[in-house]
Design a protein around this ligand. Sequence first.
Ligand code: GLU
Length: 310
Amino acid sequence: MSNNANDLTPLLENIETEARKSIGRGKVADYIPALARVPRDRFGMAVCAVDGTEFVTGDADSCFSIQSISKVFTLELALKMVGSAALWKRVGREPSGNAFNSLVQLESEQGLPRNPFINAGALVVTDAITARTVSPVLALLGSVRRYAARQDIYIDEEVARSEAEHGHRNAAIAHLLKAQGNLNAKVEDVLSVYYRQCAIAMSCRDVARAFLPLAAGGRQPRTGEKLMTPLRAKRINSLLLTCGLYDGVGNFAFRVGIPAKSGVGGGIAAVIPGKYAICVWSPELDELGNSLAGTRALELFARKTRLSIF
Ligand code: GLU
């Protein structure tokens, strides 16, 4: 961390103080009991710059459950494994305008999920990986570790078990997809991989580092490794902008103006192409499932730095 005019630390500390004022107004995700046990007053934020500098505040090095943020990693892996033409035949690229775990839209649209970030679309993406390799979880973990440039990223098996025990809605979505002919592997296998991908534990610093390739045209500046093409990075960023925050995506674009992906663990990962990857975490959620203080922090960051993609 540098101690100069570009040091974002004082700004982040200031944002934390402001954003923490939202804590107490939201609700932690209690439909996964293991997530309901996380202290609701946690707040962390990490900003990684494409030049390798990093700035953090609060609980930026505490691990949390990345939940739906994992869908970005599975999408990238599935595109690599099965190719974009095959994958985009099975899942769309439009905002859903519906709850992330809705069954109604899937039924009325004959098993073609609107996008890879709602649960139905994510299950199709996970299926593409599950049907392709004997150890999908290891393949995914290996890829996340490369993205984050950190070898000890792990799965919180208690969170995965807790979701599996209460995951009736996701099971219903998976069965519906199977009935509609859009799931190749066994329903139980896809669900087991899905719950474990969602239960990956990472800190804000890890997630921001793992999203850096999306800010840096596909390259991981920390290792110099080229992880995806600039075109793929651009396309994933577009999907984050249009589909990354469920049916709250329009309001988020209005307030923040930065492509991002949220998870019900309270994390939000965001990308300012050419500049920064950011991750903020605070467990209390708004009524659409997005971190309340996290959204506020990103709004303040965009406003105070005058950075957004618009
Ligand atoms: N594992 C969660 C679920 O399927 C992920 C949802 C999210 O993070 O938005 O319900």
